[in-house]
Design a protein around this ligand. Structure first.
Ligand SMILES: CC(=O)CC(=O)SCCNC(=O)CCNC(=O)[C@H](O)C(C)(C)COP(=O)(O)OP(=O)(O)OC[C@H]1O[C@@H](n2cnc3c(N)ncnc32)[C@H](O)[C@@H]1OP(=O)(O)O
Ligand SMILES: NC(=O)C1=CN([C@@H]2O[C@H](COP(=O)(O)OP(=O)(O)OC[C@H]3O[C@@H](n4cnc5c(N)ncnc54)[C@H](OP(=O)(O)O)[C@@H]3O)[C@@H](O)[C@H]2O)C=CC1
Length: 278
């Protein structure tokens, strides 16, 4: 459900793993954009020699797209990756609950920060609901955080873990159901600190990023990473973490808020802390 940046990557790795994948989007235009993103990422795999053209074609054949939620009736695993917005997500979980007929089906959320219990309680089967949090870019990064809520069943935990490790061949870490889980609890204050550093005139965006790439061997600096994640998504994650803990380090700085107001969302919009216009 939802095939933006993350949903497209999740659909791609599932199709490459041999699964029959149905991708839901809100409109035909969004569907076309998702199809294009997945095809281009598979093309990249072929160019780098990691994927044969036969495997690429087979993966594309396993992917179907729909804008009609009723098509989800026969699914036994639903992965939600719609925007980081509690209201939108709870509506999606409530709707999926009405449609999916298999009472053993697992409902997973790729949320970065919204407590899983809130999503579980939107359904009639919270024991089937679990956080399965992938990392961006999904075809490249090996980690998945597994986040059961207080009501998630033991079988759901075991089946979700087997899906991640045995089917997708990714690595899991486990987290309690706290906004931000393990990785974002550490990463988001770092990204927000880099924005505050830029905002205060302490250093330029280039120097902040080069500092962490050349001085700490990070693959990309914090401002470029925020551009990759999306400034809107970073703001939404910070807000839900701040709502949970009231910790000032999680509070989104004004520069981030203004850039989101201005539509400067990072790589996906062509401009964020850096420019991506070709
Ligand atoms: C917000 C949340 O809730 C959680 C999160 O996800 S936080 C974000 C976590 N992500 C990160 O921290 C990303 C950090 N950055 C990186 O890992 C790397 O910079 C990067 C993988 C994005 C790009 O790596 P790079 O070395 O600069 O670029 P590049 O050489 O183009 O790519 C390296 C490899 O990854 C592949 N790749 C890069 N981006 C890709 C994509 N979007 N899809 C598929 N493959 C991709 C490339 O094909 C390349 O593969 P080969 O070596 O086989 O050719
Ligand atoms: N960006 C990142 O680096 C990471 C993000 N995440 C999490 O993944 C989730 C998705 O993030 P991301 O992919 O970046 O966001 P995007 O904005 O790229 O994608 C969200 C997608 O969901 C679609 N959508 C919205 N409402 C619905 C709906 N009711 N039914 C179906 N589709 C819907 C949107 O369509 P439209 O645009 O047309 O509204 C959009 O295509 C969030 O929870 C985020 O926190 C997790 C790890 C990393």
């Amino acid at each position: 459900m939802g095939s933006g940046l993350m949903g497209s990557g999740i659909a791609e790795v599932c199709a490459r793993a041999g699964l029959d994948v149905l991708v839901a989007e809100v409109s035909p235009d969004a569907t076309e954009a998702a199809r294009g993103r997945i095809a281009s990422s598979l093309g990249r795999g072929v160019r780098s020699g990691k994927l044969s053209t036969e495997d690429r074609d087979a993966a594309l054949e396993r992917l179907r797209f729909t804008t009609d939620l009723a098509d989800f009736a026969d699914r036994n695993l639903v992965v939600e990756a719609v925007a980081e917005n509690e209201q939108v997500k709870t509506e999606v979980f409530a709707a999926v609950d009405q449609v999916v007929t298999d009472r053993d089906a697992i409902f997973a959320s790729n949320t970065s920060s919204i407590p899983i219990m809130k999503l579980g309680m939107a359904t009639s089967r919270p024991e089937q609901v679990i956080g399965v949090h992938f990392f961006n870019p999904v075809p490249v990064l090996k980690l998945v955080e597994l986040v059961p809520s207080l009501l998630t069943g033991e079988q759901t935990k075991a089946r979700a873990e087997a899906f991640v490790t045995d089917v997708l061949h990714k690595e899991v870490i486990r987290s309690q159901d706290r906004a931000g889980f393990v990785v974002n609890a550490l990463l988001i204050p770092y990204l927000l600190s880099s924005i505050r550093m830029l905002e205060s005139g302490f250093a330029s965006a280039e120097d902040i990023d080069n500092g962490m790439v050349l001085g700490c061997a990070h693959p990309m600096g914090p401002l470029r990473l925020t551009d990759l994640i999306g400034l809107d998504t970073t703001k939404a994650i910070a807000e839900s973490m701040y709502e949970e803990f009231k910790e000032p380090l999680y509070s989104p700085p004004p520069l981030l808020l203004r850039m989101v107001d201005a539509g400067l969302l990072g790589k996906k919009s062509g401009r964020g802390f850096h420019n991506y216009a070709s």
